[in-house]
Write a protein that binds this ligand. Structure first.
Ligand code: HEM
Length: 128
């Protein structure tokens, strides 16, 4: 007997992408990226504890164009995730659920993360 097709529930290819949905996915992705970035931070601290030669090697790698791109991404990931965490805190307090507020918070999360990343790099990298 042929198997009857089972009902399927909606999945990613059916939903229309919205900014709130996208920021939810990005929050989890940045959480995972934060783990990887924190390994880089730990490696840098370990190299500093190891000695000058080890620190110079890590600094050369991190200071290369590729290293700088990765560190820029890590900065954005941390800030985006932190702002997303604050967004969750706002929800936990019972605010920000109304139509318009949800989208506004999601856009604010995205825009503020980019602005803060540029601010941090301007102050601590490009102008330092
Ligand atoms: C290096 C630091 C961090 C790492 C490695 C990290 C990692 C993660 C990961 C992997 C998730 C996803 C968990 C899942 O979806 O099952 C997550 C979720 C979350 N993180 Fe972080 N996180 C960090 C920092 C922060 C900070 C600073 C905040 C708050 C300001 C924060 C707030 C949250 C919240 C509220 C969630 C839950 C989101 C949800 O329920 O959908 N995290 N984090």
């Amino acid at each position: 007997m042929a198997a009857r097709p089972r009902p399927t529930s909606p999945h990613l290819s059916i939903y229309r992408f919205t900014i709130t949905m996208t920021m939810s996915i990005v929050h989890r992705a940045t959480g995972i990226a934060n783990y990887a970035g924190t390994v880089l931070l730990a490696a840098w601290l370990a190299a500093a504890a190891w000695g000058e030669d080890a620190l110079n090697v890590v600094n050369t790698i991190y200071g290369s164009w590729f290293g700088m791109i990765v560190l820029f991404g890590y900065t954005w990931s941390l800030l985006h995730h932190m702002l997303g965490g604050i967004r969750h805190f706002v929800w936990d307090l019972g605010y920000g659920f109304e139509p318009g507020q949800r989208e506004g918070l999601a856009w604010a999360n995205l825009i503020a993360s980019v602005v803060l990343t540029l601010l941090v790099w301007t102050l601590f990298v490009w102008m330092a």
